[in-house]
Design a protein around this ligand. Structure first.
Ligand code: ATP
Length: 358
């Protein structure tokens, strides 16, 4: 669908704003460099205020960076106004024209570009088919459900055949069930249209479900960029491990090191660990253990006491105390396992490959 899918590159981009309360300047985005390949679906993920939307708006041209250069399809675009950039944005608010029907909403941008009438009709009908609104050209947009309005907003951006499609939290106004349906739709449409997409969200499951790559941000800087598997299983730091999914952090020190594997001492116990090339013998370390990677068992790596035991239907939730550390354990197959009650002594069990060492 896209005329030409384009990559995006940010080269040492910073954006400075003035804090309205203190009057002081601060970096909303600080020295961000990253590269998005043509055809990729990339999500900017992070807590409120971390600078995601500011990055998106700088790519669109609604904001200018104070430092650095943005490239689209290899060309520097800092000096181009938004309408001269090969981008289109899907907004959280949909931003539809309320007194127009679907056809006119979707055709609007093409009319501005003086595309011939019969070509407009062809393109609009085609796009409405792609977003699942075929035959609905004459419906007024103020008579549509939230999900349908979002489809119109998507069609309106797609019909322009932009090199890069930008999404600013487009599903925030939809209820939970529809959000899941629409995110699957967005992914399908992006792949069918073969378009580069940059998507802003603070919802980690949305980011995981949609993305080829996720950019995790905190306070204006990029903490990690990687595919969903990498950011989940090999988080760069505690912030990423905590932001994507749930994590236990076990603090200890390395007491044996053979170059690749070793042993960490945690709460006075020896824990086998792997992939510790980046650390040395005697170094302090943090073990990231996902709750679903750990088990409560009669034997195991770390002795513990059960302090919470709760059957949740499709999983069983434990909190266990290992010395002074509370460890969360999720058993996703509770029917097949013994249940441990609060106050019982047991062990937390896991293998060295279940642990990611920071
Ligand atoms: P959210 O998920 O809440 O939208 P975000 O990660 O998208 O957050 P941004 O909207 O990019 O965050 O904002 C980054 C920081 O810059 C925030 O502290 C915000 O208050 C501030 N900011 C954004 N726009 C302006 C502006 N025009 N003037 C001053 N400060 C701004």
């Amino acid at each position: 669908m896209a005329k030409e899918k384009k990559g995006v590159r940010l080269d040492h981009i910073s954006k400075i704003y003035q804090d309205p309360k203190t009057g002081k300047d601060f970096y909303a985005v600080h020295d961000v460099s990253l590269s998005i390949e043509p055809g990729e679906f990339v999500t900017l993920l992070g807590p409120s205020g971390c600078g995601k939307t500011t990055i998106l708006r700088m790519i669109a041209g609604f904001e200018s960076p104070n430092e650095g250069e943005i490239y689209l399809g290899g060309e520097p675009i800092n000096e181009l106004t938004p309408n001269r950039r090969d981008t289109a944005m899907v907004f959280q608010s949909y931003a539809l024209l309320p007194h127009y029907n679907i056809f006119d909403n979707v055709a609007y941008g093409l009319k501005l570009r003086k595309v011939p009438k019969d070509e407009i009709r062809k393109k609009v009908v085609n796009i409405l088919g792609l977003v699942g609104l075929e035959g609905m050209e004459d419906r007024m947009t103020n008579q549509l459900s939230g999900g349908q309005q979002q489809r119109v907003a998507l069609a309106r951006a797609l019909v322009l055949e932009p090199g890069v499609l930008l999404f600013d939290e487009p599903l925030s106004n939809l209820d939970a069930k529809l959000r899941v349906d629409m995110r699957n739709e967005i992914r399908r449409i992006q792949q069918e249209a073969g378009i580069t997409a940059v998507y802003v969200t603070h919802d980690q499951s949305e980011a995981m479900a949609l993305s080829d790559n996720i950019i995790i941000m905190k306070k204006g800087v990029v903490e990690q960029m990687g595919d969903p598997h990498t950011v989940y299983y090999r988080p760069a730091n505690e912030f990423v491990a905590d932001f994507i999914g749930e994590s236990n952090f076990l603090h200890g020190a390395i007491v044996e090191h053979d170059g690749q594997h070793g042993v960490a001492e945690v709460e006075g116990h020896r824990v086998p660990i792997a992939n510790i090339e980046h650390l040395g013998d005697g170094d302090a370390c943090t073990l990231v253990l996902r709750p679903e990677a750990a088990k409560v068992a009669d034997e195991g790596v770390l002795p513990c006491e059960v302090v919470l035991s709760r059957f949740m239907g499709n999983y069983h939730n434990y909190h266990v105390k290992v010395g002074g550390t509370v460890v969360k354990v999720t058993d996703f197959n509770p029917k097949n396992h013994k249940v441990y009650e609060v106050g019982e002594s047991a062990f937390v069990d896991f293998t060295r490959d279940d642990v990611h060492v920071l």
